[in-house]
Design a protein around this ligand. Structure first.
Ligand code: PRX
Length: 688
């Protein structure tokens, strides 16, 4: 939900009273762990000469190494164009097609190799090995359907609201083949959230599915499409066609009626396009490949635009050197393709390298906590990629499960949130069996690919630290005044990047001002300058840097809360809460959470004459689920008599977070209503 007054291009300039980084626990320095000789001997980046090739003196030409992993229709004449800062352009003059690079060019050598292996949730359904040849056929047929039946043209935006089924990467690649811009919305997001994103992107076509399996249930997903289309219509955007895949061919798993002339079953139409081939459209390197919406400080989500040439080069290069993917590996990233991790490191990076990428439907712990390890054993997975929340969850429900299965990982990745050293060690010892190297990869939706990580064969691991900047990326920590916080000082500051890199997003869809303000204005030295050195990128994360150069990420310093690796804007949560008619005011704060890293607690006040009841808290939960999705459900909702406010009536979330986290609430003397602090503290802390 976006309140009317949020639909402007207000900048996300952080003006925060509380942030995740402030409630972070500072861990002590941990000892190093070293990669095995066996790993080093086979690593893609085993020769330290690579560090020299990517040194600052060789920037930006060093990124040729990544671009040369791709097949170009035409080479670029300018590696990095800085003429319109901070709208950087990479590989200008170059042309390529992302789908061709991920599919067609592998046919000569690997037609019969699996591109994807898909594991459905029901254990009686067969696992699908989709070969590069079969992927080629299906992508071509669907691209033909998109073009000739749905009228999709180069440059159009197409919204996808698909779960973890092979149809999702097929639809993405089909769009890419046509040069259309895909915008996949995480399937767990509500119809309303999907509708807002459709309207922002002005998509005329929505691709969805009737249902999918999750923890034993076949969920009705098509109902969300109806809500999404209605929501988009309220914002003046008409969805002309809804293309509905069926989870089981010929059977319809949804109660939502098909709307005549608007909704079409893909499996009814696809036979018309049997064996149709669509020539991949040769796209300029800087054309937009996809949009990925993420949360910021205002209620309006940001459509991060990723480029074709720069992005694809970057995810191919980082997959090669940091995930150590070789074509013969079987690689399994546990993320959902609906997030940037899935785009970059399930689909585009691994496929650009011609490897086998595993994807699965359902959850890691259903029907039991042995599921991931059974799958890893059966499929011979040797590279494993997941998040701290999943690791914590697997540790809790099945601490000894991995030992029961015979699989061997050479490398494992953690991504999305800070990992506690204890959790890291369990990951290393129990899941990795002491054999696997761990890369802790720090990055963001905006950054396209990894920014902070150690090269797995060339530098040691340190639990809880993501390592130094990746090849060709030079991070720095600035304080609020723009002074460098030196390594080893023990002081925290704002994590920034001194230089552009090919994976960096091109902008926020239709909000160029917000893009400049949010990411570059804070530390820009000279707005007139065309020199990238004057335009450091501000990540929105707090961090500390040890004397060895390794970074430890503390969490967000803005109004974003990262729950289980999913970004939620406090403003989005508050706007959703305020749709409940009984609620007068709302404040969202982050709290430490044993399983999910952080969780959300809502503080609300009621309108005059309304009595507190569990019915109201249920309504708040429901409103958040409707407006955003179940992932945003708050851990607690506290109904209080008043919220602490400044004399200018600004809600002081910092104080509420102090109460929720049992930490210092700080100075309360300047409040207009200091007496409520004690009252809230007593009520909340007693109830916890
Ligand atoms: O706070 C950082 C955290 O996740 C945020 C980015 O979230 P999102 O855009 O959803 O992308 C997630 C996948 C990259 C960051 O601002 N984050 C991401 N990776 C790490 C991390 N925090 C600590 N360690 C990481 N490895």
């Amino acid at each position: 939900m976006v309140a009317a007054d949020d639909r402007d291009t207000r900048a996300d300039v952080p003006e925060v009273e509380v942030s995740e980084a402030q409630i972070a626990v500072h861990w002590r320095e941990e000892p190093y762990y070293y990669p095995s000789a066996k790993f080093i001997a086979q690593a893609n980046a085993g020769d330290p000469a690579i560090l020299e090739r990517f040194s600052e003196q060789n920037f930006p030409e060093c990124f040729r190494v990544y671009a040369d992993l791709l097949s170009w229709d035409a080479y670029w004449h300018t590696t990095l164009d800085t003429s319109n800062p901070p709208f950087w352009k990479w590989f200008v003059g170059g042309r390529l097609n992302a789908c061709y690079n991920c599919v067609d060019r592998h046919l000569a050598a690997s037609a019969n190799k699996a591109a994807f292996i898909w594991v459905p949730e029901p254990e009686n359904e067969p696992t699908l090995a989709l070969t590069y040849q079969e992927l080629y056929r299906r992508v071509n047929e669907f691209a033909a359907l998109l073009r000739d039946f749905a009228g999709v043209k180069t440059g159009d935006r197409v919204t996808l609201h698909l779960p973890m089924v092979p149809e999702l990467p097929i639809a993405m690649l089909a769009c890419a083949r046509l040069g259309a811009i895909h915008s996949q919305v995480f399937a767990g997001f509500s119809g309303a959230a999907c509708g807002d994103r459709i309207a922002d992107a002005e998509s005329k076509v929505l691709i969805t599915m009737d249902g999918y399996y999750r923890a034993g249930d076949l969920l009705d997903h098509k109902v969300k499409a109806d809500e999404a289309v209605a929501r988009a219509a309220q914002q003046g955007c008409t969805v002309e066609k809804v293309l509905v895949f069926r989870r089981h061919a010929g059977q319809y798993a949804s109660k939502s009626p098909m709307v005549d002339g608007r909704d079409f079953f893909v499996d009814d139409i696809l036979p018309q396009f049997r064996n149709k081939l669509v020539a991949p459209v040769s796209m300029p390197a800087e054309s937009t490949l996809f949009l990925m919406y993420t949360s910021g400080t205002t209620g309006r989500p940001k459509g991060c635009q990723h480029s074709t040439g720069g992005y694809l080069s970057y995810v191919a290069g980082t997959s090669k050197y940091y995930l150590d993917i070789h074509p013969e590996d079987t690689y399994w990233c546990f993320a959902d393709i609906g997030w940037i991790t899935g785009h970059s490191y399930i689909v585009y990076g691994p496929l650009a390298l011609g490897t086998t990428s595993v994807m699965y439907e359902g959850t890691p712990t259903y029907p039991d906590a042995g599921r991931p390890w059974r799958i890893a054993e059966r499929l011979g997975v040797n590279i494993f990629h997941t998040s701290p929340t999943t690791i914590r969850m697997l540790r809790k429900v099945g601490p000894d499960e991995p030992a029961k299965y015979n699989y061997h990982f050479k490398l494992m990745t953690t991504v999305g949130e800070p990992i506690e050293p204890d959790v890291w060690r369990w990951y290393y010892d129990v899941i990795g069996k002491g054999e696997a190297v761990i890369t802790d990869t720090w990055w963001q939706t905006e950054t396209g690919g990894f920014l902070g990580c150690q090269l797995p064969a060339l530098a040691p691991m340190k639990p809880g630290s993501c390592g130094p900047g990746v090849l060709g990326v030079f991070p720095v920590i600035y304080d609020e005044n723009g002074e460098v916080v030196p390594p080893g000082s023990g002081r925290a500051g704002n994590m920034c990047i001194r230089n552009p890199w090919p994976g960096v997003f091109q902008g926020i869809w239709k909000q160029p001002e917000r893009f400049v303000q949010t990411y570059y204005a804070k530390y820009c030295r000279n707005p007139e300058s065309k020199d990238w050195r004057d335009w450091p990128y501000f990540s929105g994360d707090g961090a500390v840097q040890a004397a060895d150069g390794y970074f430890r990420i503390l969490g967000r310093v803005d109004d974003v809360i990262n729950v289980a690796g999913h970004r939620l804007g406090t403003k989005e949560l508050e706007s959703a809460t305020l749709t409940v008619p009984e609620i007068a005011e709302a404040a969202a704060v982050p709290v430490m959470d044993e399983l999910r890293g952080r969780a959300v607690e809502m503080y609300v006040t009621l309108k005059p004459g309304v009595a507190a009841s569990t019915e109201i808290t249920e309504k708040v939960t429901k409103a958040i689920e409707t407006e955003i999705g179940k992932i945003a459900r708050p851990k607690s909702i506290w109904i209080v008599s008043d919220l602490p406010k400044t004399r200018s009536a600004k809600i002081m979330r910092r104080i509420l977070a102090g109460i929720s986290n049992f930490t210092d609430v700080g100075d309360t003397t300047t409040l207009a209503n200091p007496e409520v602090v004690e009252e809230i503290r007593r009520a909340v802390q007693k109830a916890k």
